[in-house]
Design a binder for this molecule. Structure first.
Ligand code: BGC
Length: 264
C-alpha cells in the first residue's frame, strides 16, 4: 500500500503519549486529528520495583525509540496535582510526593512533560475519539483493572482527579468490590461480578447523574458478556479505543485546546 503524506501539515497535528501501567510502559505518536496512532506503539516492561527513577528511565527509553523531541504527556495511576503524586493505591510508595514532571523531564533533556491520571487520560480520549464521541453532557469513564479508575468529562472538558474507585459503596471501597482483579482473584462468574459493578454504578449515578458511562479496562473487551447484565439506570457502553486510550489521552494533555488542563 502506498501512503501519500504531507509531512508539514501532519506534523502540526501530532503528539506523543506514554501510558504507565503495572506491567508495561507503552508509548506512541498520536495523530491528534483522528486519535489514531501513527505507526506502532512501543511497549517496554515496567521495571520492578517500579520506583520513580526506574520508571522515568523506561519512559525515556520509549520516547527515544521514536526520536521524539517535542512535548509529551505521561499517565500515572493515582492523583496528580501540579505534576506531583498525591496518591497511589496500587503502586510503589516511593511515588508519593514525587514530581513526575521533573523526574521524567530530567531523563529527557528538557522536553516538556505533562502528567495526568491514567483514567483521566483514557476518559478524554474516549470522549473525543472513542465511545463518547457522539455524546454531549456528562460522561463518566470507569476503568476496571487492578483497581477502578474514573474520569468525568463534561462537553469535552475534564474534571480531573475524580477517584470513584475509592468511594465507599455499602461499607466497602468500590474498587475492592468491583475491580476486574476482584473477579479474577475470587473466581467469580460475570453474573456475580456484575452485581457488584451495578452497586458501584448506582452509587455514582445517584451522586452525579451522568448521561453516559463508558466501561474501560481490559475486561471491556468482553463487554458483550457483562454489560447486558447491569441493572443501573444510566446507559453503559464499552470503551472503543482499547489499549491505545491512555497513550492518546496523554498526548492530548500535552497540547493546549483539548479540554485537559494539567491539574494546578
Ligand atoms: C487509583 C486511580 C487510578 C486507578 C486505575 C486507583 O486505585 O486511585 O487514580 O486511576 O486505580 O489505575
Amino acid at each position: 500500500m502506498t501512503t501519500v503524506s504531507t509531512p508539514d501539515t501532519a506534523a502540526q497535528h501530532r503528539g506523543f503519549g506514554v501510558d504507565v501501567g503495572g506491567s508495561g510502559i507503552k508509548g506512541g505518536i498520536v495523530d491528534l486529528a483522528t486519535g489514531r496512532l501513527v505507526g506502532d506503539r512501543v511497549k517496554l516492561p515496567t521495571p520492578q520495583p517500579a520506583t520513580p527513577g526506574a520508571v522515568a528511565e523506561t519512559v525515556a527509553a520509549v520516547v527515544n525509540e521514536f526520536g521524539w523531541t517535542g512535548p509529551l504527556g505521561v499517565t500515572y495511576p493515582g492523583v496528580i496535582q501540579d505534576g506531583v503524586v498525591k496518591t497511589g493505591a496500587n503502586v510503589d510508595p516511593a511515588w508519593i510526593g514525587a514530581n513526575v514532571r521533573d523526574v521524567i523531564g530530567a531523563e529527557l533533556a528538557g522536553q516538556d512533560v505533562t502528567v495526568l491520571n491514567d483514567a483521566d487520560a483514557a476518559g478524554v480520549a474516549e470522549a473525543r475519539y472513542g465511545a463518547g464521541r457522539d455524546h454531549t453532557g456528562v460522561i463518566v469513564l470507569l476503568t476496571f483493572g487492578t483497581g477502578i479508575g474514573s474520569a468525568v468529562i463534561h462537553n469535552g472538558v475534564l474534571l480531573p482527579n475524580t477517584e470513584f474507585g475509592h468511594l465507599d459503596v455499602g461499607g466497602k471501597e468500590a474498587e475492592h468490590r468491583a475491580a476486574a482483579s476482584v473477579k479474577e482473584k475470587r473466581g467469580w462468574s460475570y453474573e456475580k461480578w456484575t452485581r457488584q459493578v451495578t452497586k458501584v454504578l448506582v452509587a455514582i449515578e445517584n451522586a452525579l447523574w451522568p448521561d453516559l458511562f463508558i466501561a474501560g479496562g481490559g475486561i471491556s473487551r468482553k463487554a458483550d458478556k457483562w454489560l447486558p447484565l447491569l441493572q443501573n439506570r444510566t446507559p453503559v457502553v464499552a470503551a472503543a479505543l482499547q489499549n491505545t486510550a491512555g497513550i492518546v489521552g496523554a498526548a492530548m494533555a500535552a497540547e493546549p485546546g483539548f479540554g485537559v488542563e494539567e491539574p494546578r
